[in-house]
Design a protein around this ligand. Structure first.
Ligand code: BGC
Length: 235
């Protein structure tokens, strides 16, 4: 049978600071089977993470193409920053390397951008923040991505960035109460800056949120980070 885009399956890969995850998607972007995960190897070098992806991919059976969410700036398939991985990622040809190793077409975007693609409604200005090891951000206008918004490394308060104040390392030091207060302040700071129609909060640490969310704010399930993989092929 000739394969058309209506039969193609996509392996979605989410490279994170604490875990590397994969999920197989059908042509409509629905999950096929279960998400699988490996702890991010330390040091988190390209070689070690490539090996983890290959192992996870082998466990998922057949797929036609691959979508990758990477925790840093990605331009034309090359990883430009990688604050929470090994510095040897800077300038690494991720898309081409994976294409060669898996023998399938590969597309790569920033992890928060991929999460947003799996969560947004495609209406107006939509901002996505991810709360995990790092502080990720994605901005969309009428469903179109403004790539590589890096709010996490922008100054927030007391001479520190959003990521320094709200990333996993900060959470572990300051604890849940203070972290929640800071997050409330961050949302109150970002709302009048972006004037978004909707703010989506994703990432593992959303389960630590202990305040009532303001209007136009919603938590998205972690799986959106992988479900967004289908959107990379909608052209
Ligand atoms: C990176 C972002 C990434 C975020 C979440 C930050 O340190 O600079 O590109 O989206 O972490 O992984």
């Amino acid at each position: 049978m000739t394969e058309t885009s209506s039969t193609l399956t996509t392996l979605a890969v989410d490279i994170g600071g604490s875990g590397v995850k994969v999920l197989l998607l059908d042509a409509a972007g629905q999950a096929i089977g279960d998400r699988t995960r490996i702890d991010t190897p330390q040091p988190a070098t390209p070689t070690a993470i490539m090996a983890a992806i290959l192992e996870l991919a082998a466990g998922q059976g057949n797929f036609d193409r691959v979508s990758v969410g990477f925790p840093g700036v990605v331009r034309q398939g090359i990883t430009k920053t990688a604050v929470n991985l090994d510095p040897s990622w800077i300038g690494f040809p991720l898309t081409d390397t994976l294409k060669h190793k898996l023998g399938k077409p590969v597309r790569t975007v920033n992890d928060a951008d991929m999460q947003g693609l799996g969560a947004i409604a495609g209406q107006g200005v939509e901002l996505v923040i991810t709360l995990g090891t790092g502080f990720g951000s994605g901005l969309f206008l009428e469903g179109r991505l403004v790539p590589n918004l890096e709010l996490g490394h922008h100054p927030f308060r007391k001479g520190q960035t959003y990521e320094e104040q709200l990333g996993r390392a900060a959470f572990d030091v300051i604890g849940k109460d203070k972290w929640n207060k800071r997050l409330q302040l961050a949302i109150a700071t970002l709302d009048p800056l972006f004037n978004y129609d909707m703010l989506y909060l994703g990432g593992g640490n959303t389960k630590k949120i202990a305040f009532e969310l303001p209007p136009q704010t919603q938590i998205v399930p972690n799986i959106s980070g992988l479900l967004g993989g289908i959107a990379l092929w909608q052209d």
